[in-house]
Design a protein around this ligand. Structure first.
Ligand code: ADP
Ligand code: MG
Length: 255
């Protein structure tokens, strides 16, 4: 059974179609990168999956169940969500931030604190950050807390909206690799929006290209590159390779 199934999703804002007939089926365990220009509907698509945005037409199924009649807040407890400006609660400690959803679920204190310890290990943060406020963390550490918080109630699906976009390249690389390992270890289904084609090619099993609220291309990175006839998609996919070649030319033997 598919983890996520979108059929013929349409969403309009005023006269503008943000999503114009999207069909997308994502199998359990897949890691999908969602790419496309600004305003192409990527964020709206993620929010359609977790019920933060209600489609004007079409159907959303999560693990086979139609979500139309499910309360959004219950759906969102089963689906982790990480975004760029992670929005940790500034007046709460790291441990309290990670424990937000478990507290809503009524877990007792011992269970929450056990889960927080476990999650800090999982996202490779030292236990001593548990008592800190978010202002005492680096950008990379904050995003790790965001990932831990999203995973707290053991969701099987993770939606990530440019999660590492604001980080320096080294931190970004490390977090991307670590998150991919977590995805595999926990058997997650991940949909990650990214502007960075190299990140998409390196991390994802499958790349979905959105443009103007429609899916322009969809496939494994190598397969897409080999098969697409669309110049826009080709240019997008070839960007990392062109960049690597330019780097080699400029740096010569040093690269
Ligand atoms: P992306 O994440 O790819 O940049 P979005 O999904 O945020 O794109 O937006 C898709 C289109 O829908 C854009 O034209 C955007 O301006 C519009 N849009 C998104 N959310 C809203 C909203 N809440 N109200 C009005 N227009 C919106
Ligand atoms: Mg967006």
């Amino acid at each position: 059974m598919a983890a996520i199934e979108l059929s013929n999703i349409e969403k309009r804002f005023g006269g503008h179609a943000a999503l114009a007939g999207v069909d997308l089926t994502i199998g359990a365990g897949e890691f999908v990168a969602l790419v496309g220009p600004s305003g192409s509907g990527k964020t709206t698509l993620l929010k359609t999956i977790n019920g933060l945005s209600e489609p004007d037409a079409g159907e959303v199924r999560i693990a086979g169940e139609d979500t139309a009649d499910q309360p959004g807040h219950l759906l969102r407890r089963r689906i982790g969500y990480v975004f760029q400006e992670i929005g940790l609660f500034p007046h709460l400690t790291v441990a309290e931030n990670i424990g937000v959803t478990p507290r809503l679920l009524g877990w007792d204190k011992a269970r929450i604190s056990g889960r927080v310890d476990e999650l800090l290990d999982l996202v490779a943060l030292p236990q001593e950050v548990a008592g800190r406020g978010s202002s005492e963390l680096s950008g990379g550490q904050r995003q790790r807390v965001g990932v831990a918080r999203a995973l707290a109630a053991e969701p099987k699906i993770m939606l990530m909206d440019e999660p590492f976009g604001a980080l320096d390249p080294l931190t970004r690389d490390a977090l991307g690799g670590d998150y991919r390992a977590l995805h595999d270890k926990l058997g997650l289904t991940t949909v990650m929006v990214t502007h960075d084609m190299a990140e998409a090619v390196l991390l994802a099993d499958r790349i979905v290209v959105l443009a103007g609220g429609r899916i322009l291309a969809d496939g494994a990175p190598a397969e897409l590159l080999a098969s697409t006839t669309d110049p826009e998609v080709r240019a997008l996919l070839e960007a990392p390779r062109r960049q690597a070649e330019r780097l080699r030319q400029r740096l010569g033997g040093a690269a």
